[in-house]
Design a protein around this ligand. Structure first.
Ligand code: ATP
Ligand code: MG
Length: 239
């Protein structure tokens, strides 16, 4: 019997901007229900990779498969309909809409009332702010609103870019707890994170990207000390 296709598979991906090639022949996969941390120094191409996966940037070569289906030619909204949710750096919420409107925007597969109730169950503080404009929330509350899409949109694969940027540690704890909950419920996760120790705690697998090339792909415990020091030693918090 063949092994099931991974939730996300990237094969031989090359991409860039203008004359610059940022990703060079990158391959990686995220198995169903797993969290994979995508780590690496500034400018390695992590954000670029997430943008290619969600269809915001076209690849030059290579393929992206979602649950075994090639999505390389699909538009971002078509990828979202197939269960992909990209939570970009800087939230990706709509500041002039209310909290409730931001939540409802992503509920196409769910009954709105249930979805809001479940979002509030994860982040009770949002329940007190449903009528407020999202732009008036604190940074931490905005990030909670951003990540709760990872539940409300009922995705199969969530891409998260630097979710803890600029947040207080207790808010980061809550957000990581939420990510753990959705992974335990079967959602697959590709996590780009500056706090290496947090990412390694949350992840089943790690891919280290440097200058657009994969230099490590394996279990967190399999990262040799010299590899860690060399590629991740400048990260914000060490393990
Ligand atoms: N819109 C763009 N146009 C041109 N070059 C870009 C653009 N976005 C990123 N780059 C370049 O692509 C390279 C990879 O950037 P990217 O943002 O993907 O890295 P990153 O790993 O996410 O870095 P960071 O850890 O700083 O977020 C960098 O050299 C960057 O300057
Ligand atoms: Mg980035």
């Amino acid at each position: 019997m063949n092994a099931p296709a991974p939730m996300l598979e990237i094969r031989g991906l090359t991409a860039g901007y203008g004359d610059a090639t940022v990703l060079h022949d990158v391959s990686l996969s995220v198995p169903h229900g797993h969290a994979v941390a995508l780590l690496g120094p500034n400018g390695a191409g992590k954000t670029t990779l997430l943008r290619v996966v969600s269809g915001l940037l076209a690849q030059r070569q290579g393929e992206v498969l979602l649950d075994g289906e090639r999505i390389t030619a699909a538009k971002p909204y078509q990828r979202a309909r197939r269960g992909l949710c990209h939570i970009p750096e800087g939230h990706g919420i709509y500041p002039s809409l209310t909290v409730r409107e931001n939540l409802v925007l992503h509920t196409w597969r769910k009954d709105e009332r249930t979805a809001i109730a479940r979002a509030v169950e994860h982040f009770p503080v949002l329940g007190q702010k449903l009528g407020r404009r999202a732009g008036e929330l604190s940074g931490g509350q905005q990030q909670m609103l951003a990540v709760v899409r990872g539940y409300v949109a009922d995705p199969r694969l969530v891409l998260v870019d630097e979710v803890s940027m600029g947040l207080a540690p207790n808010v980061v704890d809550q957000i990581f707890e939420f990510l753990n909950v959705i992974v335990r419920a079967g959602t697959s996760l590709l996590l780009v994170e500056q706090y290496v120790n947090r990412a390694l705690e949350a992840a089943d697998g790690v891919v280290i990207l440097t200058k657009g090339t994969v230099v490590f792909d394996g279990a967190p415990s399999a990262i040799a000390d010299d590899v860690f020091e060399h590629y991740l030693g400048s990260a914000t918090v060490l393990r």
